[in-house]
Design a protein around this ligand. Structure first.
Ligand code: SF4
Length: 415
């Protein structure tokens, strides 16, 4: 399991052109804290310690900081990892410090042109925002992740963006790229045929200036995710996954030794056990590590021996109307719902039914059901699936009429 998303609000302070929220999202009330804590328990029951929980939304920073702290503490208490998924606008240094103290592990920042931030017209210009965010998180012990949606408006800049992440590989734990998908309220819809996994992987290699090995390791279905990682030291970057056969052998053995790694320290313990059980394999791995050190030699001198690993993920969400059963069944990105974890693509396709489903809460007076439309706890279920939400005009933000904006874009593209 890569992660489970816990949507704690449907509100957002941006209005991305490829947003996965539904048009009625912001009519939903925020899920009460006790229900969220229950859902964290359910995630633990399903996947156990070590699972990464994305505290997500909407933008989760719009909730009270005390709620965010309580979620981080509870996730840490159950031995899982927490990741705050935010556009970063409200994630001040003070907020991040409090959350880090409460146990937050990871900070995932969404920055790209689909957000239409005022004054930024290229991905290169957005690098100032990325650098500012890195500065805010510096020294807090958080792993910093960046999310970038890829679409025809920024795909040509991908090599430049890859170079930025290469240059900041010592500060970024994961650079994740999501290819455009037709899932929600966004005004952009189907992705251009020219945006393919192959093109994205090639552009990333080109920008990083080295052949990235996207075939050495897999995360879930290969049509959904392509994964690789690089090692960086003092400005030198190498791919450590060139020896596919050795990597496959090591992973197979580690899986038997320790099916669920709980972080880097556990990985080190698992490698120790590998050395005891399979000394021959451990020796070949050591030789490979020697090759990595040789590749990094110039940078190692400059970094005084410090090496950082940056993961790279290309994520290929499906359009809501084109779900592939095999892929949904092997999904590794889940969303916590009232009925338990559900594939993120399936959730995106059925959003309102889940967001507006009554949520059960056990109280001293007996079971109660929370209604996302009213925000009330009641003794009886009202399973309207959002159908009772008063029909409102399509969402207007930043003075823009969504329906007209969408029509205008489609007309521009067909010209
Ligand atoms: S099914 Fe969708 S959410 Fe799940 S791994 Fe595939 S693309 Fe990602």
């Amino acid at each position: 399991m890569a992660c489970v998303s816990l949507e704690i609000t449907q509100r957002c302070n941006l209005d991305c052109t490829l947003c996965y929220l539904s048009d009625r999202a912001e009519m939903a009330k925020d899920v009460p804290l006790p229900i969220l804590l229950n859902r964290i328990g359910v995630i633990h029951d399903h996947y156990g310690a070590g699972t990464s929980i994305q505290i997500s939304g909407g933008d989760p920073t719009l909730r009270k900081i005390e709620d965010l702290e309580a979620l981080c503490r509870h996730i840490r208490l159950l031995g899982m990892r927490s990741c705050l998924m935010t556009n970063g606008i409200k994630a001040t240094r003070a907020m991040l410090s409090r959350l880090a103290a409460a146990g937050l592990d990871d900070l995932a920042l969404h920055v790209d042109l689909t957000q239409e931030r005022k004054g930024y017209t290229t991905e290169a210009s957005l690098n100032t925002v990325r650098v500012e965010y890195l500065r805010r998180a510096q020294g807090l012990g958080l792993r910093v992740l960046f999310n970038t949606t890829l679409y025809d408006g920024n795909i040509a800049e991908l090599p430049t963006l890859a170079r930025f992440f290469r240059d900041h590989a010592s500060e970024v734990a994961l650079a994740s790229f999501q290819m455009q998908a037709d899932t929600g309220r966004g005004v952009l819809r189907e992705r251009d045929a020219g945006i393919t996994q192959e093109r994205v992987m090639k552009a990333l290699s080109q920008g990083m200036g080295l052949a990235l090995d996207f075939d050495a390791m897999s995360v879930g279905h290969s049509l959904c995710n392509r994964y690789t990682s690089v090692l960086a030291a003092g400005g030198t970057v190498i791919s450590p996954l060139a020896n596919h056969a050795l990597i496959a052998e090591v992973i197979a053995v580690l899986e038997k030794i320790d099916a669920r790694s709980k972080g880097n320290l556990d990985a080190i313990h698992a490698l120790g056990r590998l050395a005891v059980r399979r000394p021959g394999l451990a020796a070949r791995l050591l030789l490979e590590v020697g090759r990595w050190a040789w590749g990094l030699r110039g940078g190692l001198w400059r970094s005084r021996g410090r090496v950082h690993r940056m993961s790279i993920l290309v994520h290929n969400f499906m359009d809501a109307t084109k779900l592939d059963r095999d892929r949904c069944e092997s999904c590794v990105f889940m969303v916590a719902t009232e009925d338990g974890p559900l594939s993120m693509c399936v959730h995106n396709a059925e959003r309102d039914a889940h967001i507006f489903a009554p949520a059960k809460l056990d109280t001293p007076e007996g079971p109660r059901w929370w209604n996302a439309e009213t925000g009330l706890l009641k003794a009886d279920q009202d399973d309207s699936g959002g159908k009772n939400v008063v029909p409102m005009p399509l969402k207007r933000l930043k003075g823009r009429d969504r329906a007209n904006a969408m029509r205008a874009r489609i007309a521009r593209k067909s010209r």
